[in-house]
Structure formats: structure tokens, C-alpha cells
Design a protein around this ligand. Structure first.
Ligand code: NAP
Length: 261
């Protein structure tokens, strides 16, 4: 297998579990040196232990909802490796809440984690990426918000669409420094977070995916590797939907065979 990120230094936020962990593993398999972040040190330690078979990996404890933690995350990564070639802004939460019950605090918190955390991480990396003559930023957005909707996820969908709005202007603004920024829009991916939503949710989602199975975190990792590699050197401000075809059916009947033989 060709290693597409050989020699690159990457930071992946929210990577002790789930999609972030899968991205970290895929980056390692492609030759990158990886720093993973999250809030729970024990989980980070376990993940570093598990993934160290695949390459050079370390962790930084950082809560993406806190500006001081984000600054410390980027400064520490620079102290450790001298540069950040790839920032993967992945940390995100997806609690459910009906609009009529949703508090201002709930709205603010999800926006702080999913949108402001991404913005501050990108902002902190820019001076270093400018100095090193370029860099790559990849964002974990979602199909929920930019393309689809789901009862209880109006606030979540708003944050995932906001990430793409941010990305498009950032792509133009940062292109002059050789910094590319792109996003992946996952459909339903088997992560700890998704599995915690229960068996009924899992089975309903499986039925709505034309390919007939949920994705794995590494499926998102593969799209991220492509976007962060030189194979995508002429691509910025774009998204890749990785969802097994989930956004395609016009109705639940669209996957049935309507014509009798
Ligand atoms: P997950 O299984 O719940 O894992 C979330 C990771 O983020 C953990 O490592 C968690 O560690 C970390 N995290 C949570 N809050 C954080 C904070 N404030 N600061 C730093 N790290 C934090 O979630 P996931 O399913 O992998 O989702 C990851 C991303 O993919 C999110 O942006 C989500 O919107 C997106 N996504 C997921 C799916 C899906 O099907 N799973 C679909 C579309 C998009 P700590 O709790 O220890 O901090």
C-alpha cells in the first residue's frame, strides 16, 4: 500500500474514541506521526497504547470548548514536533433535544464545542502553517444539517452546516498561504457515541443505507487521508459524503424493487 502521509505531523481532536480514533489509525497507517486529543486522560492513554503498534502516536489532554486548552494543544504540538502539517478538527458532540425543550445553554454548548472549538483550533494553527509554507485542515462535519435533518438534532445540524460555511470562506482566505481546508460528511458510523443511541436507532439506520451496513471509523479516515494528501493538492473548500448512499433515496420505498418480473 502506498503511504500517502509519510513524514507528516498531524493533530486529531476528539480522537480517544470513535471516528477520531479511526482517523488517527488511518493516518498512522499512511506514515503520519499523530497527536490525539480529548478530555479524558485515561481514554487517551488506552488509545495511544492500542494504536502505538501502527506508528508514532502521543496525546494531549484538551477540552475543545476551552480556548486556553486549544492554545496549549497547538503550542504543545509545535514544541513536540516543530510543525503541524495536518489539523483534523473532529471533536464533536451530538446530544438530542427538541426545540421546544432546548435551553439557551444547550444551544450555546453544542455551538461552543462543534463550531467555536473548530474555529479556534484552525485560528491557532494558521501562524504556524503560514510559517512552514502550508498545511492541511480537515473537518469532520456530517450529512445531518448540510443535507439531511432529524427530529431532536436541529442544534446539532446547525453546527454541522456552520462548519461547512466556515470552511468555504476559510478556503479562499487561506489558499494564498498554501493552506487547504476540506471536510468529510459522515453518514452513520459505528462509534461508541452512535452505539450509545441504542439498538433501535442502529437497526433503523441500517435499513436506510442502500449499501446495507453502517460505516467504520476507518472509512472516514480514508477520505481524510485523501483530502490531506498530495493526491488532493488541487482541492480546497470541498466535502466528501461518506454514507453508504444514505442521502440518496427519495423515500423509504426508493430502495424496494417496484417492478414485478
Ligand atoms: P464519540 O464516539 O462520542 O467520540 C467523541 C470523541 O470526542 C471522544 O474522543 C471524546 O473524548 C471527544 N470529545 C468529546 N467532547 C470533547 C471536547 N469538549 N473536547 C475534546 N474532545 C471531546 O463521537 P463520534 O461518533 O466519533 O463523533 C466524532 C465526530 O464525528 C463528531 O464531530 C460528530 O459530529 C461526527 N459525526 C459522527 C457520526 C457518527 O455516525 N458517529 C456521523 C456524522 C458525524 P472525551 O469525551 O474524553 O473528551
Amino acid at each position: 500500500m502506498e503511504r500517502l502521509l509519510e513524514g507528516a505531523f498531524a493533530v486529531v481532536t476528539g480522537a480517544s474514541k470513535g471516528i477520531g480514533k479511526g482517523i488517527a489509525k488511518t493516518f498512522l497507517n499512511h506514515g503520519a506521526t499523530v497527536i490525539i486529543t480529548g478530555r479524558t486522560e485515561k481514554d487517551l492513554q488506552n488509545t495511544v497504547k492500542e494504536l502505538s503498534n501502527f506508528g508514532a502516536i502521543s496525546y494531549i489532554v484538551a477540552d475543545i470548548s476551552k480556548a486556553a486548552d486549544i492554545k496549549n494543544m497547538v503550542d504543545t504540538a509545535i514544541e513536540r514536533h516543530g510543525k503541524i502539517d495536518i489539523l483534523c478538527s473532529n471533536a464533536g458532540i451530538f446530544p438530542m433535544s427538541l426545540i421546544e425543550n432546548m435551553s439557551e445553554e444547550e444551544w450555546d454548548y453544542i455551538n461552543t464545542v462543534n463550531v467555536k472549538g473548530m474555529f479556534l483550533a484552525v485560528k491557532e494553527c494558521i501562524p504556524y502553517m503560514k510559517k512552514q509554507g502550508g498545511g492541511n485542515i480537515v473537518i469532520t462535519s456530517s450529512i445531518t444539517g448540510p443535507v439531511t435533518g432529524y427530529t431532536g438534532w436541529s442544534h446539532y445540524g446547525a453546527t454541522k452546516a456552520a462548519q461547512l460555511g466556515f470552511m468555504r470562506s476559510a478556503a479562499i482566505e487561506l489558499a494564498r498561504y498554501g493552506i487547504r481546508i476540506n471536510a468529510v460528511q459522515p453518514g452513520n458510523i459505528e462509534t461508541e457515541g452512535l452505539l450509545s443511541m441504542g439498538e433501535e436507532y442502529y437497526n433503523t439506520m441500517k435499513k436506510s443505507i442502500p449499501l446495507g451496513f453502517l460505516g467504520k471509523p476507518e472509512d472516514i479516515g480514508n477520505a481524510m487521508v485523501f483530502l490531506a494528501s498530495d493526491l488532493a493538492k488541487f482541492i480546497t473548500g470541498q466535502t466528501i459524503v461518506v454514507d453508504g448512499g444514505q442521502i440518496l433515496p427519495e423515500s423509504s420505498d426508493a430502495m424496494e424493487v417496484p417492478i414485478e418480473k
